[in-house]
Design a protein around this ligand. Structure first.
Ligand code: MN
Length: 426
């Protein structure tokens, strides 16, 4: 499955007139406001988001899972799907693999396939939150934090193996997310669990190539419901600092308790040069893994406002690993991801419209009303014609979703792969 350039061009034909009208109107308005539209378009084109291999099939809940048909059942097919997303949106230029499911059988072939599709190998993810077939030790009571040295050692070795696999593909980061924690008070000694985790992470860190990063993800609850060992950004930062300069905190939007001020978290982490990665999704109640921007688009914009500020003012913080971390229970996964990519670019473009000099002046004058007007003025701008134009310039679709449907991509995938395929690693 590969979308040809002329198929996209054909679909763009019916949209181009409308697009031009909207784009001319908006760029005229933005130019008058003093914005450099061309540089915004370049920044949008440069902003690439990795797609995790587990987001390409149907997700599921504790209560069941409903297939979408034509799901990718091999690593090659997963990369094909990301190729489809990337050719339409020109924004999905990375894949984030999940080991053990995505171990290539032929490294060169996979690298060549990704290269042709212009897809990079982003952070690799280890998995110690479930037992693999024939595993000697069980992670039922934790992995890197486990009271048993043999279990910890198995989990450390797995992470070192993941680094080796990623290294062969050209990845430059390892993401560690742990399900470790406890379901009942008294089950765990908090200090022992934390110290074991720190010691285990240090052992993994020692296996990190010089030009790699280790990203430590946190989450307040689930699958453990009383405590998690790395429950918040503070715990993650302490562990990262305990490992060294190449270890960073990773923020996942869904991994916070309700009403957490995530924009403030990313802001301070950037100030300290310790924000390494970011996982996009959206939620109403917890780690819902819903489409980015579908529930709280204003919060997403406020986070991007801080990220944009940090990227411009915090050279001490490295480039971030951007990834969508979502699950699709009722939508076609590829359509859902197209919507997420659109929402990310939309929030980014709006944040680029915030006049930082004006905002700073208003802050210095304690003009609270003006501060809000500046922030919300940017948020209320319909920036979609900018996104369309950035895609058009890169050979993508003016409307990725319409093009996906017009070309009946899902229908073709079902024809090629059959109906009852099931994606691995979910
Ligand atoms: Mn995540």
């Amino acid at each position: 499955m590969k979308i040809q350039k002329d198929q996209i061009l054909g679909c763009n034909k019916s949209e181009i007139e409308n697009h031009k009208e909207n784009f001319d109107f908006l760029s005229h308005k933005l130019n008058k406001q003093g914005h450099d539209v061309n540089s915004i378009l370049t920044m949008l084109a440069d902003f690439q988001v990795a797609i995790p291999s587990w987001a390409l099939g149907a997700g599921g809940t504790r209560f069941g899972r409903f297939s979408f048909f034509g799901e990718p059942s091999s690593l090659e097919q997963k990369i094909e799907d990301i190729g489809v997303l990337h050719s339409l949106t020109q924004t999905a230029g990375g894949v984030s693999l999940h080991i053990p499911w995505d171990i290539p059988s032929d490294y060169n072939a996979i690298k060549e396939q990704a290269n042709i599709l212009n897809i990079k190998f982003d952070a690799v993810n280890s998995n110690t939150f479930q037992d693999q077939k024939n595993a000697k030790e069980t992670y039922k009571y934790g992995s890197l934090s486990n009271t048993s040295k043999a279990v910890r050692e198995q989990a450390i070795q797995h992470n070192l193996e993941v680094i080796k696999i990623g290294d062969k593909l050209g990845s430059k980061a390892l993401t560690v997310w742990l399900a470790d924690g406890s379901c009942f008070p008294g089950q765990n000694n908090f200090q022992t669990a934390f110290q074991n985790t720190q010691d285990s992470l240090i052992d993994i860190y020692k296996g990190l190539p010089d030009d790699w990063k280790m990203l430590v993800e946190y989450k307040p609850y689930e699958p453990n419901f009383y405590s998690t060992v790395i429950q918040d950004w503070g715990a993650s930062l302490m562990l990262a600092n305990g490992c060294g300069d190449k270890a960073y905190t990773l923020v996942d939007l869904g991994h916070h308790l309700p009403n957490s001020n995530i924009e403030q978290i990313v802001s301070i982490l950037q100030l300290k040069g310790k924000l390494g990665g970011f996982h996009f999704n959206d939620s109403k109640y917890g780690d819902d893994d819903l489409t980015v921007g579908s529930i709280k688009p204003y919060a997403l914009f406020l986070i991007f406002n801080e990220l944009v500020y940090g990227m411009a003012n915090n050279p001490q913080n490295p480039d971030l690993a951007w990834m969508i971390d979502a699950s699709h229970n009722v939508k076609d996964p590829l359509e859902d991801l197209i919507q997420s990519l659109e929402a990310i670019q939309e929030a980014y473009a709006k944040a680029l419209l915030v006049n930082q000099d004006e905002l700073k002046a208003a802050q210095l004058n304690n003009d609270v009303v003006k501060c809000q007007e500046i922030i919300q003025g940017a948020y209320r701008t319909d920036v979609r014609p900018l996104l369309e134009n950035a895609r058009l310039n890169s050979g993508g679709a003016i409307s990725p979703l319409n093009t996906y449907r017009t070309l009946d991509i899902r229908g073709q995938l079902i024809k090629e792969r059959g109906k009852n395929t099931v994606a691995t690693g979910l």
